[in-house]
Design a protein around this ligand. Structure first.
Ligand code: ZN
Ligand code: ZN
Length: 154
């Protein structure tokens, strides 16, 4: 998939953690849930899902957020930037914070979740909206749609 212009480089706010992504994202999602509002300190989280093996991390990270056994939130140890979430689907996937990319200028979420908790006035640009999370059986169709019609690097 050369049209993804891989690999991608990324870093935290202070630059002590650098990351490299070597596979195409499976989906781009915005989540408007109250948890993501608090974690990001913003109106919603913006995630790219990758196979866990596609993410290479250099620098010191630490666990933060809810300190769960699944969906483990990783932060820069120095600037405390939320970087990615591991332990998705038993560790197969990571949800990467798209705004860490050196070039995030092309990212548009394909799906948005928890619009039931969306702040008034927020428009994410997603094509498909769910009141809560999409159920697991919807993901194959959503990923196929993203692969063909989702936003890609210019
Ligand atoms: Zn959320
Ligand atoms: Zn940092």
């Amino acid at each position: 998939m050369t049209d993804w212009k891989l690999p991608w480089n990324a870093s935290c706010l202070c630059g002590r953690v650098t990351m490299r992504i070597s596979a195409a994202p499976m989906i781009a999602m915005a989540c408007h849930c109250r948890g993501c509002q608090k974690l990001t300190s913003g109106p919603y989280s913006l995630s790219l899902m990758f196979p866990a093996a596609a993410l290479d991390v250099q620098g010191e990270t630490e666990i933060g957020g809810l300190h769960r056994d699944e969906s483990v939130h990783h932060f820069c140890a120095h600037c405390k930037n939320w970087l990615y979430t591991c332990g998705i689907a038993g560790g197969q996937f990571v949800n990467f914070r798209a705004t860490m990319l050196d070039d995030a200028s092309w990212v548009i979420p394909y799906v948005e979740s928890y619009v039931s908790e969306k702040l008034p006035g927020v428009v994410s640009g997603a094509r498909i909206s769910f009141d809560e999370f999409p159920t697991a059986d919807r993901y194959p169709e959503l990923m196929a749609g993203f692969a063909t019609a989702g936003a890609k690097p210019q």
